[in-house]
Design a protein around this ligand. Structure first.
Ligand SMILES: [Zn+2]
Length: 231
């Protein structure tokens, strides 16, 4: 098992770790600051020692937490100690975008059917009937919540507590990370509260100004809202 250090501190950029597996998939460490792609958030890139990492994912079958190396990089040996360092500029944009999508959940009243996070553009899909969504209004509402600089806190609850409070779950297609006994709850006080395993900024002001891009019609009930960072 890999200790996921970002789960308790998403601002950690680097850690020392020991290689516990190295094979054709990549490198598994005993602990890491790299986020593995999930819930629409991309896996981190960065370096292990001098070795370039292009992606991180959790192997569904084995549960292994795999750092994918760039083509041509040589594998380290099991037992080696390496310094793991993420591409912080890229990750911080993901954190800003991800936190903004929580605000979008608060602004738009509808179940979330999907989503995706990127540095340049992120989106959420909402299960909404034929309603007209006002792009300028959503942009203004998001920027107001950002300017109000709400703290973003997290806590953990048990799987059983989550099962007893299904209204906490906003995403209809993406199940929150559970099955490990505890689930992380992200709390933007008075704004949004939901289980989420991703990485977030510590207060909404850090997101910076955003704007709503295209609002796409993706089927009878599906409205896709695209978000861009302005700075
Ligand atoms: Zn989140």
């Amino acid at each position: 098992m890999t200790e996921e250090l970002f789960a308790t501190d998403s601002y950690l950029k680097t850690c020392d770790a020991t290689v516990i597996k190295a094979d054709e998939r990549g490198v598994v460490l005993d602990r890491t600051v790299f986020y593995a792609r999930s819930g629409g958030q991309p896996g981190d890139s960065g370096v292990l020692g001098g070795i370039k990492v292009v992606d991180t994912f959790k192997d569904r079958d084995s549960g292994d937490y795999v750092h994918v190396l760039a083509a041509g990089e040589a594998l380290p040996a099991v037992g080696d100690t390496v310094t793991a360092e993420i591409d912080w500029e890229r990750r911080h944009k993901h954190m800003r975008m991800h936190s903004c999508l929580h605000l979008l959940c608060a602004v738009v009243d509808g179940g979330v059917t999907g989503g995706s996070i990127g540095e340049a553009k992120s989106r959420l899909d909402f299960d909404l009937p034929d309603t007209s969504l006002d792009k300028e209004q959503i942009t203004a509402d998001l920027n107001r919540l950002i300017e109000e600089n709400h703290p973003v806190d997290f806590s953990t609850i048990t799987d059983d507590e989550l099962a007893a409070n299904p209204e906490l779950v906003r995403t209809m297609s993406v199940k929150p990370p559970s099955g490990q006994g505890v689930v992380r709850i992200i709390d933007i006080a008075g704004v949004d509260l939901q289980p989420c395993g991703g990485t977030h900024v510590k207060s909404t002001g850090e997101i910076g100004r955003v704007r709503v891009g295209k609002i796409e019609n993706k089927g009878k009930h599906n409205r896709r809202i695209n978000i861009h960072l302005e700075e």
